[in-house]
Design a protein around this ligand. Structure first.
Ligand code: ARG
Length: 476
């Protein structure tokens, strides 16, 4: 079966549909207007939930029989009929009817075509409102698990890159001005921490997604003696929803997922921005692999970081989905309202976007070359050791504020002289403070600056190496 839901969705849509008769037609004396049909229909985007809809219906039917609400024969006919529908969809034999109102109606109508009356018994004690809530939870739980896996791949790719660069000195920045020397591994480990929280957030979302809403009915439960826990167990849910109105009208799980994905994309976008800067000739900290770069149609020399730029761009799209969901829900009275059909395109687009970004982004990182020499050269310029010079004076007894001032004056002197602090000779240094000694040169060398920062969370190579191994063991 194709993993690409969009492909299934489109390729299985019938070209010239027949007008399907509605399962709720009883109350109506006219056919629905054609424009209304198209407007109301969600099958073009909810067809991708066909597997989850079928699984849910099979669990519901088995439970109805176990509770003697329908006969065993009917349940078997329903379950087998649904299996044959699933098979026919996946082999391309059954096309989705674009005239169908949604995937739920399509499958139920198809089932009844195939097995007759038993198919008409499937919807006993169930509403599309709790059915769609169930399907979306099942679908998003699968999508979340796939995204978690893709984020973990990126996480391990970053860790590998970090392992190779615990000694690669580069400038750390604040205000995008060179600040203090760090290492490439230390810098990238900041993103490992972000991704670690992203994975935690997905796990946390999953916990609240893992609630089974069937039995909520349209809004007020049902008079049938449904065994809700049996359905939950069969479908692998940990819990059942505890209020029928909330069961059909809660979309927190979609909003939480969109929010977790938005935060994740914000992290990816920040890293994208750095990679865009780093791959410029102005920084030249990294070289992107040709397979993960693109050229220009006019400028023959160009090699552009399009993957990083697209990731930065697509981040806005995921935020858009979050805003759509929050805005869609904010004015809705309990319980289900048709507005909620808009949840799917928004959350599906967020999921699709993240699933599309990750493999490209991970590939770009795993093939990216760090240019250690230019990283080090950049750290050597810009007085990134000025704090260490002040700290040297503090260790010799000077109060930090005075030391800060002395170091600042020495920086100003060097700016005029167009040299680095370590280029001054001892005599020149002594004119700023008589506490300075021959040991200053080791104290303010880039290597010392990095190596001496050994406290937890700091860039010393052995500290970062330990952080890398701790992070590598985190999700085992
Ligand atoms: N297609 C609908 C949705 O996505 C299914 C629920 C319809 N329920 C209803 N009462 N019209 O929300």
């Amino acid at each position: 079966m194709s993993q690409n839901n969009t492909t299934i969705n489109n390729s299985n849509l019938q070209e010239t549909p027949a007008q399907s008769s509605k399962l709720w037609a009883g109350r109506f004396s006219k056919e629905t207007d054609t424009a209304v049909n198209a407007y109301n229909s969600s099958i073009s985007f909810d067809a991708r939930m066909y597997k989850h809809d079928i699984r849910g219906s099979q669990a519901h039917a088995a439970m109805l029989a176990a509770q003697s609400i329908i006969s065993n024969d009917d349940a078997v006919a329903i379950i087998d009929g649904l299996d044959s529908i699933l098979n026919d969809i996946e082999t391309g034999k059954l096309m989705f009817d674009p005239q169908a109102e949604d995937i739920h109606m399509f499958i139920e109508a198809e089932l009844t075509n195939r097995i007759g009356d038993a198919g008409r018994r499937l919807h006993t004690g169930r509403s599309r409102n709790d059915q769609v809530a169930l399907d979306l939870r099942l679908y998003l739980a699968d999508a979340t698990a796939e995204i978690r896996e893709l984020i973990l791949n990126l996480y391990y790719t970053l860790l590998d890159l970090c392992r190779s660069h615990t000694e690669t000195i580069m400038p750390g920045y604040t205000h995008l001005q060179r600040a203090q020397p760090i290492t490439m591994a230390h810098h990238l480990m900041a993103y490992v921490e972000m991704l670690s929280r992203d994975i935690d957030r997905l796990d946390d979302c999953t916990r609240r997604m893992d609630v089974m809403p069937l039995g909520s009915g349209a809004l007020a439960g049902t008079t049938y003696n449904l065994d809700r826990n049996a359905v939950a167990q069969k479908l692998g849910f940990k819990a059942i929803s505890l209020n029928s109105l909330d069961g059909v009208s809660d979309r927190d799980y979609a909003i939480e997922l969109a929010s977790a994905l938005s935060i994740f994309m914000m992290h990816l976008s920040r890293l994208s921005e750095e990679i865009i800067l780093w791959s410029s000739q102005e920084f030249a900290f990294v070289d992107l692999d040709d397979a993960y770069s693109t050229g220009s149609s006019i400028m023959p020399q160009k090699k552009n970081p399009d993957i990083a730029e697209l990731t930065r761009g697509k981040t806005g799209r995921v935020y858009g989905s979050l805003m759509t969901l929050l805005t869609m829900m904010k004015g809705l009275p309990l319980a289900y309202n048709k507005d909620m059909q808009e949840d799917k395109e928004a959350i599906f687009d967020a999921v699709d976007t993240v699933k599309m970004c990750l493999p490209a982004f991970t590939g770009m990182l795993s093939t990216m070359k760090v240019k250690s020499d230019s990283c080090r050269r950049a750290a050597a310029g810009g007085f990134t050791n000025a704090t260490d010079l002040a700290d040297y004076l503090v260790k010799k007894g000077l109060p930090f504020r005075n030391a800060h001032e002395v170091s600042g004056k020495m920086v100003r002197y060097c700016v005029e002289k167009k040299c680095a602090l370590e280029d001054l000779n001892l005599e020149e240094m002594l004119t700023f403070s008589n506490l300075i000694d021959e040991d200053i040169f080791t104290a303010i060398s880039l290597d010392t600056c990095v190596r001496q920062r050994k406290i937890t969370g700091a860039p010393a190579p052995e500290t970062v190496a330990a952080a890398i191994e701790a992070a590598a063991a985190r999700f085992n």
